[in-house]
Design a protein around this ligand. Sequence first.
Ligand code: AMP
Ligand code: MG
Length: 487
Amino acid sequence: MTNSKEIGWNFDNSYANLPDVFYTRSSPTPAKDPSIVFLNKPLASSLGLHSDALQKEDGVQNLAGNKLPDGAMNIAQAYAGHQFGNFTKLGDGRAMMLGEQITPQSERFDIQLKGAGRTVYSRGGDGQAAIGPMLREYLISEAMYALNIPTTRGLAVIKTKDPVYRETELSRGILTRIAKSHVRVGTFQYALTLDDDDALKALADYTIDRHYPYLKEETSPYLSLLEQVMERQAALIAKWQLVGFIHGVMNTDNMTISGETIDYGPCAFMNTFDLNTVYSSIDIQGRYKYGNQPAIANWNLARFAETLLPLLHRDEESAIKQAEEVIQKFHSVFNDYWLDGMRAKLGLFEKENEDKVLFEDLLDAMKKYKADYTDTFLALTNNELEGMVLFQSEDFLNWHEQWNKRLQKQNKPMHEVNELMRNHNPALIPRNHLVEHALEAAVDRDDYHEMEQLLDALSNPFAHSAKQAAYAKTPVPTEPYQTFCGT
Ligand code: AMP
Ligand code: MG
């Protein structure tokens, strides 16, 4: 008897009702002497799980994949994807889904063990994960969540005593990932390769049921699905751009249909504002650089649209026309979200035609004077315009005058303006140097204190507390920062 009830596991496995081609039952690779290094207690509680019980033997064994909770049905999902533009058949090569946890609020979340072992989709890989990248995913996804950006989250990070071989021998880690679902653009691309309209329809209906149930009544539910996914992705990417988040590997298999950010590999936050910023060591061409993210999302959505064509219309030309009309709207929908976000960052309550010019003038000046993106908005919020070359420049002073005119024109007291700005300009972001420093202590010395502190500071980036000020210092530029996929 396991203690699943005591822990609070409450699984359903709706994904397994899809045709068999969409998944494969898989057994996790036993983990040696697993221990929990991070447990997300607030998240556990919102899922209806009891942290005390999760920390006991059975709970740890569940999170390590050594013992399956009652009702779990460990499966690896099939999917395909365009990786850096090239189409490949993929699938969960090192992740296994335990099932869908039904929360006390009757919400449904995938519980997935990332780094659980080899599956039929593993290709050459070992199916495992090193502890460092799993800690990194845990840290950054929590920071994203606190920044109000839709994201998958980490319930726990497990460390084991197994060796994982990369360039060197590392410790093995397993991340319990929570997602609204793991249905990706790549899942639909995979469905299309089956050349089986029933399977494709089953996936589309499943997705609508799970994420967009209100579309069932629409006259063209599949076209509406495309529209909704486009809308959510536009909203998501706008949020990324507004905080300077660079995903780093926006392959179509790393784009969810739910609109959550997924797969924190070589991602990083931008320091100095520059549309050309790229941190990932594997993104040689800069395909996924900061300024390209909206265009790449649009491209990925076009791949998604292609998969829906057989469901849109019997006549292919009509289907293409319908899909194109939706995809062409992405840019303006994205732009509207971005403009809304920028207005909030600058304390503006009302739309005006000149908004775009006003925002671009500021960004141009930031680029010209190599200003830190987050710090610039923070300085404007706190009205502490010192310590940056930008603030002494004529370009900025002119811009500041224009901005002040706009602020005065709107009939809002300054405390409301300030509140709006404080709620949209984080006091801190997971700066690359802070993340690396905390991870180094955790990975090399088993010292989690720094990461705990950082997680705590990042848990409410809009608090603007004194404690956070220490983290908000712009890093001294060192050698160019690079992130690695680090599987
Ligand atoms: P990602 O870049 O994390 O989105 O992974 C791309 C694909 O590679 C997915 O199908 C992963 O499951 C697979 N993959 C990544 N690392 C490994 C690994 N160590 N073993 C097996 N498959 C892996
Ligand atoms: Mg992926």
